[in-house]
Design a protein around this ligand. Structure first.
Ligand code: CA
Length: 287
């Protein structure tokens, strides 16, 4: 799915300031194939293990004026024309779309998962800028980070991982459907705002995946509201650049980024961030 938006990119930057992060870090120089190998046992034989089925259904996506005002009052920088801009970005009034059944990972992809992928495939990105910046070397994450979500990966990196697993990245619509369930809820657990311990947010670091039992969708999918924001396969055009639509809040964000209709449009298609990871999906008919 691809969108085109002709408004000023500056406006989008301003409404999404809470999700911005700094770039920097080292590039990979070593070939992952030269490092220690991982056993086959680290990749589940059953493609449905740690996945949930999301049945076919109707997604009502976007929001109404009341929902938009709830977002705005949580700290959006306002200026002339801002409301129209937000209506366009966040799809006000909402629309509906039929979504086919699919399977989705219950957890964000971890550093351990991604290391196994590197070791088994020798994957090396064409553009290495900021690739796995948080790792201690080109092929090793910090000892404590095994079960933490992998970040500093681009849409291309994530797509390669998912394809290796026989999966793909979710579309924006599929991701939002996983949050909203069948009752058009605002957060994975319902419509009430989260408590401080319910979601990994406004923090300096993420948690291990699946660490917040409140942050689970009607389909048993964890960390959609927080921990790390997530790449989708959906892109949007801004002037000369193609951007990835990133969904969900992160450890760096506040509550408004957890709204199901929220769209972070700041990441260029080859970009990487410390607060953005991913999970994979597969077609129901393929399983
Ligand atoms: Ca997440």
């Amino acid at each position: 799915m691809k969108y085109t938006l002709h408004r000023s990119f500056l406006l989008v930057l301003m409404i999404s300031m809470g999700t911005l992060s700094c770039s920097g870090g080292e590039s990979l120089q070593d070939n992952p194939q030269t490092q220690e190998s991982e056993s086959d046992s680290q990749i589940p034989e059953d493609p449905h293990s740690s996945m949930s089925e999301v049945p076919a259904g109707t997604l009502v996506y976007g929001t109404d004026e009341e929902g938009l005002m709830d977002f705005v009052k949580r700290g959006t920088v306002m200026f002339p024309g801002m409301m129209d801009h937000l209506r366009e970005i966040f799809v006000v009034p909402p629309r509906s779309e039929q979504v086919a059944a699919f399977w989705i990972d219950q957890f964000e992809v971890t550093n351990k998962d991604f290391k196994t992928f590197l070791n088994r495939t020798g994957y090396k990105p064409e553009n290495e800028e900021n690739f796995l910046t948080h790792w201690t070397s080109s092929t090793q994450y910090p000892d404590w980070a095994e079960d933490f979500p992998v970040t500093w990966v681009s849409q291309t990196d994530a797509t390669a991982y998912c394809e290796w697993r026989g999966k793909r990245l979710p579309t924006e619509i599929e991701w939002e459907r996983t949050v909203r369930g069948s009752d058009d809820r605002l957060f994975p657990w319902g419509n009430e705002s989260p408590g401080r311990q319910d979601v990994t947010y406004t923090s300096s670091d993420p948690d291990p995946v699946g660490n917040r039992p409140k942050d689970v969708s009607p389909f048993g999918v964890y960390d959609l509201a927080g921990n790390v924001a997530e790449l989708t396969s959906t892109t949007i055009k801004f002037g000369p650049d193609e951007h990835v639509i990133v969904k969900g809040g992160s450890f760096e964000s506040g509550v408004r980024e957890m709204f199901a209709f929220y769209r972070d449009l700041n990441l260029k298609v080859n970009g990487r961030k410390k607060s953005v990871g991913f999970r994979c999906v597969s077609d129901a008919e393929a399983n």
